[in-house]
Write a protein that binds this ligand. Structure first.
Ligand code: NAD
Ligand code: ZN
Length: 229
């Protein structure tokens, strides 16, 4: 099992939330990625999402995304759980994947709940906040914000997999966003192995059986799989 966070996409040019670049117009993400922030100022939140969509559209997967996509071919029982909303794992070829926090190119109506997936959509300034073509309600990014519940099926898939996983590879996550951060603890609790790849120390480091203190791109570049063995 693999759990990834924003750190894996940093080498693809997408800022993390907690790094020094992870700020937008002096608003910390915890103040923008919330239902309250959206109710208060949907235009500001949409400007931030447009800005992030633009960065993500110009980014490509790196060695770490590609190697993880390869891993699923080696293990018949495999699951990638990502907290990222950037699609880079899918672009790299991963198919056994749960996007726990949604996808940045999905949009949902706050009134009738209809969902749209528009791969390349950047809304124009005068379209903000965008309106639902069906009912005229305000559209919101269909991602999981702080304080919101995760999709039930995604949760169920990730947590039941962690309950039987022999090993979890934890890559580029601060380990402080719950419930995603529980997954390594669940694997550990039934005797599974925890491997962490992160240049910094996180709460997960304390329970890691193996800690690779390196960037995801560099660590995965050194991993070579032998297809025949
Ligand atoms: P985070 O920003 O809280 O933490 C990033 C972690 O990555 C840190 O522990 C940092 O030490 C580590 N890191 C930094 N550079 C790295 C590198 N080159 N290689 C490996 N690790 C590196 O991110 P999080 O834990 O994913 O949680 C924050 C929330 O942010 C999530 O809910 C996620 O949905 C959202 N987010 C997503 C994206 C994305 O989709 N790319 C980007 C920013 C934030
Ligand atoms: Zn609607």
């Amino acid at each position: 099992m693999v759990l990834t966070g924003a750190g894996i996409s940093k080498d693809s040019g997408i800022p993390t939330f907690r790094g020094k670049d992870g700020w937008y117009k002096n608003h910390p993400p915890e103040e923008l990625a919330t239902p309250m922030a959206f109710n208060k100022n949907p235009v500001l939140v949409w400007e931030w999402y447009n800005y992030r969509r633009k960065i993500i559209l110009s980014a490509s997967p790196n060695e770490a995304h590609y190697k993880i996509a390869e891993l699923e071919k080696y293990f018949p029982c495999f699951l990638l759980v990502t907290q990222n909303v950037d699609s880079l794992h899918r672009k790299a070829g991963s198919t056994k994947i749960v996007e726990l926090h949604g996808n940045i190119f999905r949009t949902r109506c706050t009134n009738c709940s209809i969902e749209f997936y528009e791969d390349y959509r950047i809304f124009k300034d005068d379209e903000l906040p965008p309106k639902c073509p069906h009912c005229g309600g305000i559209l919101r990014p269909s991602v999981v914000w702080y304080g919101e519940s995760l999709n039930r099926d995604d949760m169920e898939q990730a947590f039941s997999f962690a309950n039987k996983a022999d090993l979890i590879l934890v890559v580029g996550t601060s380990g402080i966003v719950y419930p995603a951060a529980m997954l390594p603890y669940i694997v550990k609790s039934h005797g599974g192995i925890v491997v962490e790849i992160n240049p910094d120390t996180t709460p997960i480091s304390e329970i890691a059986d193996l800690k690779i203190k390196d960037s995801a791109k560099s660590a995965f570049s050194k991993l070579n799989f032998d297809l025949k063995s």
